[in-house]
Design a protein around this ligand. Structure first.
Ligand code: HEM
Length: 462
């Protein structure tokens, strides 16, 4: 079960030694600058103080680990010594409850076992047709010269795909309202997490009221999905092989089923995790292609020579190596999940350090993926770097957009196939251009969003 222990300051290890790190302000440490620029501040700490650094933060100091070797040590070799920690759980309890992403221990193991079959490669192949059909339908009335916020459009499209494939139901009307509601809640919860003063959520402040309305909206959608599925089952309609059927029918050894609350938490988790990250990745993809016309051109040529205008299938993907390299490079530069966090359940050793129980460790894909020791020209968008087998020469945790160890993303194959099929479908028909001089900056919420969205002009290819 999830731990409810409170976050504590890291105590000085018995050896008396903490890793190097900035002093920051008395009491606050670097909390205030981190609130303003989390990616910049953490990157500077890693580059200046090394692969294991101390991040002083009010009552919640952290250890920042930034080398592939130590990251592998923590999440692959000694994962049993850690859980997701009280900070993450507190921030996400109201929305995700104890779903796969946030639960730990026996509950997590059971749910992962139950959900896993729905994510096997063969099953994901069956979802491919839905992905392409929905991408085509979603864009069929797009006109040359109009402006579309590609962040918002990708959010709506991936949501429709996730609900249809994972839960086996149709869903379009409210898709566009989900993105803004999730954004609002991410900002709200991160604001609370990073703020030293926590106003109780039930106080009727304007931001609490807005957040509660968004929570209620998402709750009603998710309960609606479960209800719809139940109604169909009771009406004798044939069961699907989707993840919702698996979860609804799953029984424990003692014959009991998942409680309505557990089912709600899993559906909400897959509802959010199953679309948000892929949408964010596709939003960055269109932005990076617009910024790099040479890459955009090469991709269009590859798609034309392999597909010649027809719809892509999973069988085409091995023959589209440049598309694969583009997606890898997008996930390197803008990893939708930009940080992993773990809290120790028992003392643990890392390099020459001994850390006590309740130590919170952060490992950031953003920092490692842009490390000049690991990648040449690390801040540049160069899909070509992946074409000559770079991945097999890299340490496995030099590039880890999907995490690793037992908590590796369950949706990795799903996400990569969806990103490739949606990108191939749209890039054959359209080009997207950005306003001259427009600057798209990352906004590190729970996922790495683009601040203000990605407004783009649609150009139909001749
Ligand atoms: C580009 C898209 C995606 C990225 C970058 C991504 C990234 C990640 C990462 C880094 C983790 C590990 C978190 C940790 O260890 O703390 C994770 C976990 C997870 N992801 Fe994804 N994800 C993506 C797409 C998806 C999709 C499409 C689904 C569902 C269909 C999904 C469902 C989940 C779930 C349920 C977990 C928790 C797994 C567990 O702890 O057992 N993700 N994801």
């Amino acid at each position: 079960m999830a731990s409810t222990r409170a976050t504590q300051a890291i105590q000085i290890p018995e050896s008396g030694e903490l890793p190097p790190g900035p002093k920051g302000l008395p009491l606050f440490g670097v909390a205030l600058s981190l609130r303003r620029d989390v990616l910049g501040v953490l990157t500077r700490i890693a580059r200046e103080y090394g692969d294991i650094a101390y991040v002083p933060l009010l009552m919640q100091s952290r250890i920042l680990v930034s080398s592939p070797e130590w990251i592998e040590d923590l999440i692959v070799r000694q994962p049993q010594k850690f859980d997701k920690g009280p900070g993450l759980k507190d921030a996400s309890r109201r929305l995700l409850g104890e779903g796969l992403l946030t639960s730990d221990g026996e509950l997590w193991r059971r749910q992962r076992r139950l959900a896993q079959p729905a994510f096997h490669r063969q099953r994901i192949g069956e979802y491919a047709q839905v992905m392409v059909e929905q991408a085509t339908a979603h864009t069929c009335n797009w006109r040359d010269g109009e402006t579309r916020d590609m962040a918002e459009e990708m959010m709506a499209l991936t949501l429709i795909i996730a609900v249809k494939t994972l839960f086996g139901i149709e869903f379009t009307d409210e898709a566009k309202r989900v993105g803004p509601a999730v954004t609002l809640l991410m900002r709200y919860q991160l604001g609370r997490l990073r703020s030293p003063i926590k106003i109780p959520m039930h106080w009727p402040t304007p931001s609490n009221l807005r957040a509660n309305r968004a929570y209620e909206f998402l709750d009603s959608l998710v309960y609606g999905i479960i209800e719809e599925r139940r109604r169909r089952r009771d009406a004798g309609e044939p069961e699907g092989h989707d993840v919702l059927s698996l979860l609804m029918n799953a029984m424990d050894e003692d014959g009991s089923r998942m409680t309505p609350k557990q089912l709600r938490d899993e559906v909400m988790t897959l509802f959010i995790a199953g679309h948000e990250t892929t949408a964010v990745t596709l939003g960055w993809l269109w932005h990076l292609l617009a910024q790099n016309p040479r890459v955009e051109q090469r991709l269009a040529e590859e798609l034309h020579s392999v597909l010649a205008g027809r719809a892509p299938t999973p069988e085409d993907l091995p023959r589209l190596p440049y598309l694969d390299a583009v997606i890898k490079e997008v996930l390197r530069l803008y990893p939708a999940a930009y940080v992993l966090q773990r809290t120790s359940l028992e003392p643990f050793a890392l390099a020459a350090y001994q850390f006590p129980v309740n130590t919170t460790v952060i490992m950031s894909q953003w920092i490692v993926h842009r490390d000049p020791r690991l990648f040449d020209a690390p801040d540049e968008f160069q899909p070509e770097r992946w074409l000559d087998g770079l991945e097999s020469r890299l340490h496995p945790y030099a590039y880890f957009p999907f995490g690793g160890g037992p908590r590796r993303c369950i949706g990795q194959i799903f996400a990569l196939m969806e990103a490739a099929l949606v990108a191939a479908t749209l890039a054959q028909k359209f080009r997207f251009a950005e306003r001259e001089g427009m600057k798209v900056v990352p906004e590190p919420l729970v996922t790495l969003r683009a601040k203000g969205g990605v407004p783009m002009t649609v150009r139909i290819r001749s």
